[in-house]
Design a binder for this molecule. Structure first.
Ligand code: CTP
Ligand code: CA
Length: 224
């Protein structure tokens, strides 16, 4: 319930949240990207800010407004998001990776618009750095929370990411289910830490964000 967040006191804590998609340029007029409205990340930012935290959102291009009292750092590409994240995470208490980062970028971005010619064409892609994994590898590692948007075997893939990226928590959702994830206003999450599993059933992203911030805060305090 909303009252839980009201009781939360995050004052003195610095939270850094990545949100939205990244855009990987192909040429001056085209890009590769992911589905992501930014709604979940911005809702988490708002909930943390209302509970007293100092909140910075590192955001890819989205069409929603910045929550009151939060600071937004606008980025486009995964490399830009990576650079900002590592810089800000060094001084953060909590880092939440909500962004839908493009896994690959175009290896040679064309400086001029690519003209249509042959019936088939290839794009060469190179893997982007893993932002949340690099944050979790910092000597000054903040309490690090990832997301896992999966279409199948949700728990299996989420637990694998928790371990592989050395995260403190991961919030998993099944984006194949109708009315959840992506552009939806609602979502349902299963949250894993190394010891616990918590189900946050289908609710508005606002309510879910409040519950998740509460859960993150509990685990962060326990870990300190
Ligand atoms: N993430 C990140 N940097 C990347 C890719 C992902 O910080 N280059 C973060 C996301 O913000 C999310 C978590 O890692 O918090 C999991 O993202 P996801 O795309 O589900 O995992 P991947 O490791 O990219 O694996 P895959 O896409 O193959 O499932
Ligand atoms: Ca990915």
């Amino acid at each position: 319930p909303a009252s839980k967040t009201a009781q939360l006191d995050l004052s003195g804590q610095r939270w850094v949240i990545t949100a939205g998609p990244t855009r990987e340029a192909i040429d001056p007029v085209r890009y590769i990207s992911n589905h992501s409205s930014g709604k979940m990340g911005y809702a988490i930012a708002q909930a943390a800010q209302l509970a007293g935290a100092e909140v910075q959102i590192i955001s890819g291009p989205v069409s929603i407004g910045v929550p009151d009292g939060c600071k937004k750092i606008a980025v486009e590409s995964a490399l830009q998001m990576h650079q900002q994240a590592l810089e800000l995470a060094n001084k953060a208490d909590v880092f939440v990776a909500c962004a839908a980062v493009a896994d690959y970028r175009v290896s040679d971005v064309a400086t001029q618009k690519i003209k249509k010619s042959a019936d088939e064409m290839q794009l060469n892609l190179v893997k982007n750095p893993d932002i949340v994994a690099d944050v979790a590898a910092l000597p000054a590692k903040p309490f690090t929370v990832g997301f896992a948007a999966e279409t199948q075997d949700v728990a299996h893939y989420a637990l694998d990411k928790l371990k592989r990226k050395n995260l403190d928590m991961i919030a998993a959702n099944n984006v194949a289910l109708l009315g959840q994830g992506f552009n939806s206003d609602d979502n349902a999450l299963t949250v894993f830490s190394s010891k616990n599993k918590t189900e946050l059933p289908l609710a508005s992203k606002k309510i879910l964000a409040e519950q998740l911030v509460q859960l993150i805060s509990q685990h962060y305090i326990e870990k300190k």
